[in-house]
Ligand binder design. Sequence first.
Ligand code: ATP
Length: 385
Amino acid sequence: MASITLSNIVKRYGDGFPAVNDVSIDIADGEFMILVGPSGCGKSTLLRMIVGLEDITSGDMKIGDRRVNDLAPRDRNLAMVFQNYALYPHLTVYENIAFPLRLAKKPDDEVDRLVRDAAGTLELTEHLDRKPGNLSGGQRQRVAMGRAIVRQADAFLFDEPLSNLDAKLRGQMRTEIARLQKRLGITTVYVTHDQTEAMTLGTRVAVLKKGLLQQLATPRELYENPGNLFVAGFIGSPPMNFLPAEVSGNRVKLPFGEVEIPAEKAKAAEGKGLLIAGIRPENFEDASLAAGKGESNGSSTFRAPVDVVEWLGNETYAYIPFEAPPEVEAQLRQLEQDLDGEAMRTQLVISLDGASRITEGSEAEIWMDASKLHLFDPSTGENLT
Ligand code: ATP
């Protein structure tokens, strides 16, 4: 096993805009590192450079203590698990798993021991005589991982391994990969554009946008303390709400009225003019149900017109439209573009307890946990709080 160190990695295709732009990431031995970002952010390019399928334009790449920039893929001892599993349909599960060992001309008894060990770990023992065509998607995935395990590779590399599966199987496989990775303790780099996979699988997550590393942190840190507008909007579903905000004293003026915020947040935003406030849907509640939800750490209530209510049983979504002033509208539009239009920018989306009796077309009294409010600089996108 090994650590993987990327230092100031740049990749240019031709003389164009760098697909990966000065990215540095230290992946610890045994760590599960996620590379995540929207289409075109450079995550696959980065993975392909790690495995050796793509030249590095500049920067240093190390596996353990060894600089590998110029090492052929087969000499890097990494195992790539592809999206389509790359299994041989005419070979049995046993022979598919044994394939790299046969290539390396290992003796039969060693092949047998390694294949049976891996099959045991992956709960494939009873399927060893079957062909991939007779397996479920999840079992095929495990065969592909088995092939990586028998090679005793220093690290596993996954490129969107679950994107061809239906939602249910994707969920199951996600749990399975997490369990296996923990059991094997093998360094893993996993590329995805799916933030649920990123949040649930990663020890740490590297968020990329247009070739640039935006933030490298644990899932919790990304969620609770996003470094900028992009990370804040990318992580979380439904996404964080972004609103125009003006701070004066310890109060912040939002489109619906003023709320009080903790002094240290107010101080960080002092004298910065019009800002973009960010707050997650779950940081709101129907005021009549909010008792005991942390009144003491900077909470506030306001009245707002609710135009749509969606009751889901255990929770209720309420939508409150607003208009953004032109000073921040351009930034919000850019953000929407960067996020592939995933975020909704001209309405506040709030998630309330399913017991809420809020109705469409009413002025509702809403409680907001202002201690969870973020304030972003509209010109740089930086989180000031
Ligand atoms: P996706 O999720 O769509 O696969 P990605 O985040 O993995 O996207 P990359 O595939 O790494 O992104 O691509 C990063 C940038 O490099 C994109 O702008 C892409 O068009 C460009 N690119 C990727 N491969 C090549 C290539 N072989 N030649 C030229 N440009 C390329």
